[in-house]
Design a binder for this molecule. Structure first.
Ligand code: ATP
Ligand code: ZN
Length: 225
């Protein structure tokens, strides 16, 4: 029932990657209309279905082979991969290529009055983040012990609210940090959007379609460089 002859591509439903993801597919000649209420958008000119979901769900859908392709931030992909490896769930996928949008960095930041030397200044302190696995990996490499404060949102207000001493959050311009009385001290991960493929074997027709889309994406991205 869940197998389909149509290529399934998961994209973010609404958020920072959704418009660009749709634009990219349209510029590759995939015609579709998105109904905001609907999970699925069917292409009218190619055997492709778009699944519009939370970005956090995209890596797992690809790694479990529920969908064939996904467009996702490398930060979310890597975070999910570490999580799944730890609990023995399928964590493999093929990164077909980096895209030209979704640039951001996962950074450590502390309140302006904090006198920060290097990451060891955070020894024993509490750090709020939505990316506990990427943070842990970085801190383990540095040999620093810290305490977790896991928040899915409002990470940047955690220090002011007295919940944490510092944060580890996504930054693009730094304006949000500044607005919350924080400053960026260290970049722990640089991220872009990317397109990923499930490692499941594809039928020749589907793989040919994937190759066609990928070669068009290569053309579109290169033309903008
Ligand atoms: P969802 O409702 O789908 O879970 P979200 O709130 O988790 O959405 P967005 O804020 O839309 O996610 O961000 C999606 C992705 O956009 C991030 O994971 C990251 O890869 C990228 N991104 C680019 N710039 C930024 C930024 N300044 N802040 C946060 N994410 C950014
Ligand atoms: Zn999300």
């Amino acid at each position: 029932m869940s197998e389909s002859n149509r290529l399934r591509i998961a994209i973010q439903k609404s958020g920072r990657l959704s418009k660009e993801s749709q634009k990219l597919l349209k510029s590759c000649g995939v015609k579709f209309n998105v109904n905001e209420q609907r999970l699925i958008a069917h292409s009218d000119n190619m055997p492709i279905d778009l699944l519009r979901v939370r970005d956090d769900d995209i890596p797992g859908l690809v790694m479990d082979g529920v969908v064939d392709l996904g467009i996702i931030g490398e930060n979310v992909l890597e975070e999910e991969q570490i999580e799944r490896q730890a609990i023995g769930k399928p964590a493999e996928c093929l990164k077909l290529r980096e895209l030209d949008f979704g640039a951001c960095r996962l950074s450590l930041a502390v309140p302006t009055e904090f006198s920060y030397q290097d990451a060891t200044s955070l020894e024993g302190l509490r750090i709020a983040t939505s990316y506990p696995n990427l943070l842990r990996r970085y801190m383990q490499e540095k040999g620093i012990n810290y305490r977790d404060c896991m928040l899915k949102g409002s990470v940047e207000v955690a220090p002011r609210a007295g919940l944490a001493d510092g944060i580890c959050d996504l930054v693009s311009t730094g304006a949000t940090l500044e607005a919350n009385g924080l400053y960026e001290t260290e970049v722990i991960y640089q991220s872009m959007a990317c397109i990923i493929q499930s490692t499941q074997e594809q039928t020749p027709d589907k793989q040919a379609l994937i190759n066609k889309i990928l070669s068009r994406i290569n053309g579109v991205v290169r033309a903008k460089e």
